[in-house]
Design a protein around this ligand. Structure first.
Ligand code: GLP
Length: 259
């Protein structure tokens, strides 16, 4: 695991640099996209690079992580709408290149199963962008999630619904109780995972992810078992890391990625 501690304003560029490096080497790469506020600066930077003609997603494909169950199609808070608005519509993916789970599928279990097959058929995810919930979830894998889970239907915790209520004009009651989420095993199959967290509110979750024991209680901690994870955090999100100074020194001086 590599921990990069950087000023909040530069985090978007750091993530965008990794995406750009991948696309230069592999224009047809498969990118895993996350919703939430954490990757927004990276999406802004990537959209700017595409607009300037420095980068293209024309041959790339993408899969999103999760979706609410039961929001009407086109609802502004559905993750399909959010990722389209915040990122996909601003870059140059080919039509049909971005796949999102369908939270209105008649058979949600079949949709979940086929989602993992579609990722596999695309060759697997090369670079997965992730955020982290305040209690340590990744995608919508809530505490207690099987660390071996595939994409499936999951019930959201009160805490997640409260955290996400800020996006819904009608408040917490409008936040669905169920979601479809990539499983932890699904996420772990990505070749490189880049997790972004900013702000004091994420400090406990980041501590558990990097320095805690691996536990379904803090699902992100499973990333300690992945061979290539980069955790990009600002000083506030890193504020409870015991080895923060060591991580900073190591990432500044590293010859290349260090596990
Ligand atoms: C949601 C998403 C997660 C995201 C998390 C953090 O619950 N399902 O994928 O990582 O929130 O969101 P934010 O980045 O807005 O703090």
């Amino acid at each position: 695991m590599e921990v990069v501690i950087a000023p909040t304003e530069s985090i978007g560029e750091i993530v965008a640099d990794d995406v750009a490096t991948l696309l230069e080497a592999k224009p047809h790469a498969v990118i895993g996209l996350a919703t939430g506020s954490s990757p927004l600066r990276a999406y802004d930077s990537l959209a700017d690079r595409v607009e300037r003609g420095e980068l293209s997603f024309a041959e790339a494909r993408a899969f999103t992580l999760d979706e609410y169950v039961g929001l009407p199609a086109g609802h502004p808070c559905s993750y399909r709408s959010v990722i389209h608005r915040e990122f996909v519509a601003r870059v140059d993916f080919a039509d049909g290149a971005v796949t999102t789970p369908d939270g209105n599928a008649a058979d949600l279990d079949a949709e979940a199963e086929s989602f993992d097959w579609r990722i596999a058929a695309a060759g697997g995810v090369d670079l997965q962008i992730l955020g982290i919930g305040t209690h340590g979830h990744i995608a919508f894998n809530e505490p207690g999630s099987s660390l071996a889970s595939d994409t499936r239907v999951k019930m959201l915790t009160e805490q997640t619904r409260r955290d996400n209520a800020r996006f819904f004009s009608d408040g917490m009651d409008a936040v669905p109780q169920l979601c479809l989420t990539q499983g932890i095993a699904t996420i772990m199959r990505a070749r490189h995972i880049l997790l972004v967290a900013t702000g004091e509110g994420k400090a406990d979750a980041v501590r558990a992810l990097v320095e805690g024991g691996v536990s379904a209680f803090r699902p992100a901690s499973i990333l300690q078992h992945h061979p290539r994870v980069t955790v990009v955090v600002d000083p506030q999100a890193a504020s409870r890391l015991v080895y923060a100074e060591y991580y900073s020194n190591a990432s500044e001086r590293r010859p290349s990625y260090q596990t």
